[in-house]
Every structure is written in C-alpha cells, then in structure tokens.
Design a binder for this molecule. Structure first.
Ligand code: COA
Length: 264
C-alpha cells in the first residue's frame, strides 16, 4: 500500500511506522488516522514482524490532532462528527491492542493526541527534548479519545492535574509519573530504542501476545475467584504450548531458544 502521510520501514523483525507530516509536526487528520489504521492492520497480519515502533519524521513525534481537521469536524452534522471521532478512537484501540509489542520513539512535541499515541504504545522511550501535555482544555476541548490510554499510563491522580492544567510535562516528570520508561539524550535515542528492541526479541512472540492480553484482563479486574482461576488457566494453557516446551528445553539444555534470530 502507498501511504501519503506515513512511511513504513521494515528492518528484519522490526517495523517502524513513521508519521510523515513534518511541516505540521505530524499533526493527524482523517487521512493520517485512516493510514495508521491500515498500517497497523497490515502489521498485525505480518508474521515476520515482532516489534512495532511508532515514530515521527522531522522535529516532533506528533503535535496531536490537526486543529484544522478538528474545526471542520466540529462544523459537520452530529452523526458525521461522531463517526469521524470513532475512527480516531478505533485506531487508538487497534494500536493499544496490537498483539505485538509496541514502542513509541518520542522526540519534540508529543502534545494532545501525540501524548495519546505515546500512551497507547506498550513502551515509551523519549529523548530529553520531548514535550508532553494534554493541551486540549486550552483549546476548549478535552482529551476524550486518548483518555483511556493516558489514564492507564499515568493514573487517575496525575490525569486530574494534567487534563485540567494542560501544563507542559517535562521529561523528568514524564518519567517519574510513568509515561516514559526510558529517557535519554537526543543523540542516544536510536541506541536506547535498540536496547529495548533487543530485549523484546529475547522473548517468545506468542508468550508476549499472551502477556499483553493478560495485562488487559487483569489490570482492571478485582482480585476475586474468577480472576485467580483465569490466571491459573492462562499459565496452564501457555505451558502446554510449543513455545513453552522449546523455551524450557532450551534453558535446561543451556542454549538459546529457536525464536531468537527469527526462527519462531
Ligand atoms: N494542528 C494543525 N497544525 C499544527 C498543529 C496542530 N496540532 N501543530 C502545529 N501545527 C502547524 C502550525 O500551525 C504551523 O503551521 P504554519 O507553518 O502553516 O504556520 C506549523 O505546524 C509549525 O508550527 P509552529 O507552531 O510554527 O512551530 P513551533 O516549533 O513554534 O511549535 C508546536 C510547535 C507543536 C509546539 C506548536 O505548533 C503547538 O503547540 N501546536 C499545537 C499542539 C496542540 O496543542 N495539540 C493538541 C491538539 S488537541
């Protein structure tokens, strides 16, 4: 597929989705959203891809929603306005629920929806020049569609402050409140990404997909009998599988498992 607003770079088992609208700091409109949806769907189906990186070309990761598009959508009939917002909400859901590990590579602005994209990824690596904020209230808006992912990343208490104040969140604070996992100097961004990617590639792909769905199922569920049973069934299922058989045998034989180096 040809993309107008994205560039997809596949290197071995890593697929990088570059937001490629640098003149507008990778602000996203309906075109960017629909291309992101298509790219994520294609990556989900590509068995070769084990790690997904979301990154931005130019000076920024993403300046969030394209404010010209937001203005236009606000002037449309209610039904069209809602349908349009659903496309963004669905794309964020797809990103968040991809079966493969996702990493946001953040530099420059990650504002509004840009902070939402970073939050919807499993891991966020940022350089010290990154600027985060949920800036929506300063525009008379709210961080509606991104809220599930931002609240999941920073927690309700921090969301109360930052959704209401729209203050810039410096990178040290972003790391402190859990939004950023790894912080580095701009010149070290790719090396830091590579360290995280290599760590992911040590793990087994189906076990990682199962770990992601485990987090989704457990994180918001009360610790009750149902949950305890579900977690027991989860591991019981996994340990009957081929991956676990190979992983356990490799450990005991003191060799690397077959999925390392792309043989999965
Ligand atoms: N939507 C549409 N256009 C945007 C945009 C957005 N979210 N963010 C930046 N742009 C455009 C600017 O209007 C400008 O366009 P122009 O060259 O036609 O004038 C261009 O991108 C460059 O932006 P500029 O503000 O001149 O660059 P900067 O380096 O001084 O600042 C930002 C960059 C991203 C910090 C600043 O543009 C900004 O704060 N943008 C708004 C981000 C935001 O609040 N997003 C939340 C949306 S809900």
């Amino acid at each position: 597929m040809q993309y107008e607003f994205l560039e997809i770079e596949k290197q071995g088992q890593v697929s990088t989705v570059w937001l490629n609208r640098p003149d507008l700091h990778n602000a996203f409109n309906e075109g960017v959203i629909s291309e992101l949806q298509a790219a994520l769907n294609a990556i989900e189906d590509d068995r070769e891809v084990r790690v997904v990186v979301l990154a931005g070309r130019g000076k920024s990761f993403s300046a969030g929603a394209d404010l010209n598009w937001m203005k236009k959508a606000g002037e449309a009939a209610l039904e069209d306005n809602v349908a349009d917002a659903c496309k963004l909400a669905n794309m964020l859901y797809t990103l968040s629920h991809l079966s493969k590990p996702t990493i946001a590579r953040v530099h420059g602005a990650a504002l509004g929806g840009g902070m939402g994209l970073a939050s919807a990824c499993d891991i966020c690596v940022a350089s010290t020049d990154a600027k985060f904020a949920t800036s929506e209230v300063r525009l008379g808006l709210a961080p509606s569609t991104i809220s599930p992912y931002v609240i999941r990343a920073i927690g309700e208490r921090q969301a109360r402050r930052y959704f209401l104040t729209a203050e810039r969140i410096d990178t040290k604070t972003a790391q402190h409140i859990g939004l950023v996992h790894e912080l580095c100097q701009p010149e070290d961004l790719d090396a830091t990404m590579d360290t995280v990617i290599q760590a992911i590639l040590q793990g087994a792909p189906e076990a990682q997909a199962a770990s992601k769905s485990l987090i989704d199922a457990v994180a918001t569920h009360p610790v009750d009998e149902d949950l305890i049973t579900m977690t027991a069934e989860h591991i019981a299922n996994l340990r009957t599988g081929l991956e676990a058989k190979e992983g356990l045998r490799a450990f005991l034989d003191k060799r690397v498992p077959a999925w390392i180096g792309g043989i999965s």
